[in-house]
Ligand binder design. Structure first.
Ligand SMILES: O=c1ccn([C@H]2C[C@H](O)[C@@H](CO)O2)c(=O)[nH]1
Ligand SMILES: [Zn+2]
Length: 138
């Protein structure tokens, strides 16, 4: 699976975005270490904050299908510069992605940028931090 193929799958998912409020469509495609791809689009809600971004939709789709080991994700929007994932999505990525996993962000005309998980959310709160709580280990 090439970067371009993953980006094309994110573009395809973007066509299914449910965006009656913002009209801002985003698509994502996440690649698992097993070689499977799960797509996601943003899904908005009349109660605005309930909206789920494309990235989280794709990751949750994969996890709900029993996959938790990820190597890459592509995210696409029709913007001038490639759209950086929001803070909530970065934290969800940090839960599942290793530090060397790669995030490809792209616009519709193919301007893209690739960053690692470590670059996208450095010094992130990790599951290990929670489990290392001193009281929890007593
Ligand atoms: O990286 C991003 C940024 C925004 N959105 C969605 C959320 C909302 O539906 C719309 C406007 O913020 O775009 C995403 O899906 N991913
Ligand atoms: Zn987000």
């Amino acid at each position: 699976m090439t970067k371009e193929e993953l980006i094309n799958l994110a573009k395809e998912a973007r066509e299914r975005a449910y965006i009656p409020y913002s009209k801002f469509g985003v698509g994502a495609a996440v690649l698992t270490k097993a070689g499977n791809v799960y797509q996601g689009c943003n899904i908005e809600n009349a109660a605005y904050p309930v909206t789920c971004c494309a990235e989280r939709t794709a990751i949750f789709q994969a996890v709900a299908n029993g996959e938790r080991d990820f190597s890459e994700i592509a995210v696409v929007a029709n913007t001038e510069r490639p759209v950086p994932p929001c803070g909530s999505c970065r934290q969800v990525m940090a839960e599942f992605f290793p530090q060397d996993a790669v995030i490809h962000i792209s616009n519709m005309s193919g301007v893209s940028k690739t960053v690692t998980m470590e670059e996208l959310l450095p010094f992130s709160f990790q599951p290990e931090d929670l489990f290392s709580d001193e009281k929890a280990s007593q």
